[in-house]
Design a protein around this ligand. Structure first.
Ligand code: COD
Ligand code: ATP
Length: 200
């Protein structure tokens, strides 16, 4: 069984990853959203709740994980973040395996992985797509979000591989700086291009 070509989609905060993933889905490409899976595992009744509560008492409740409280506990404490990842990442991997198993007959699938470079996700994919826009566009988008502050934005950016390095390691870079139609056309070009790869 050859299986689908696996595209990995990533990009820094606010670069348009979710928007571009939706464009792939609209074009008929099955999409696995790692971040949505994390939210499901940590949401009401989520499979990760009991282990997270045991490791980080008081950070879960009937509504699932209190993300602000858990974030305050793990961001800035590498050992605590590693403990959280050791709980969550194997469960995400299991969900991804189930997704792959249900799409073995497809030519192409997309894995939307926010931390693809930071967490070795590149080893699970055949080709890497990076969404990118100039820093000032990114900044304006993120600061327009409710609850976002320049300090929080800078702290998140500092934990992510810089955009230039992501672009340098990408097989395809999709610009999200222009109108949505241009980005949609770029998505179509990537799909056509991957479809044309020899031997796959
Ligand atoms: C600690 C949690 C609950 C905080 O949730 P919250 O909604 O406040 O933040 P969010 O998930 O949007 O992350 C904010 C930023 O932190 C960074 N970040 C998130 N998880 C990690 C991580 N494991 N390592 C490094 N940076 C991270 C990302 O750059 C992101 O842009 C959450 O981030 C979490 O459970 N992280 C561990 C799981 C994980 O690795 N997720 C990454 C996506 S697959
Ligand atoms: N050409 C474009 N392509 C993609 N997004 C665009 C474009 N033009 C404007 N936008 C806007 O930019 C924003 C990008 O947000 P989106 O949630 O897709 O980013 P993200 O990279 O998934 O963010 P995060 O990593 O923070 O979750 C959206 O509001 C989208 O409408």
């Amino acid at each position: 069984m050859v299986g689908p070509v696996i595209l990995g989609l990533t990009g820094s905060i606010g670069m348009g990853k979710s928007t571009v993933a939706a464009m792939f889905a609209d074009a008929g490409v099955p999409v696995f959203d790692a971040d949505a899976e994390v939210h499901r595992l940590q949401g009401p009744g989520g499979a990760a709740l009991s282990e997270i509560e045991a490791a980080f008492p008081g950070t879960t409740g009937p509504a699932g994980v209190d993300r602000a409280a858990l974030g305050a506990t793990v961001f800035g404490d590498d050992a605590a973040l590693a403990r959280l990842e050791a709980i969550v990442h194997p469960m995400v991997a299991q969900a991804r395996a189930a997704f792959m198993a249900s799409h073995v007959d497809k030519p192409l699938v997309l894995l939307d992985i926010p931390l693809l470079f930071e967490k070795q996700g590149w080893s699970q994919v055949d080709r890497i797509v990076v969404v990118s826009a100039p820093a000032e566009v990114q900044r304006a988008r993120v600061l327009a979000r409710p609850g976002m502050t320049p300090e929080r934005f800078e702290a998140i950016l500092a934990r992510q591989l810089p955009d230039a390095q992501k672009r340098a390691r990408a097989d395809y870079v999709i610009s999200t700086a222009g109108p949505l139609d241009e980005t949609r056309a770029a998505v179509a070009r990537v799909i056509a291009c991957v479809g044309a790869l020899p031997g796959e």
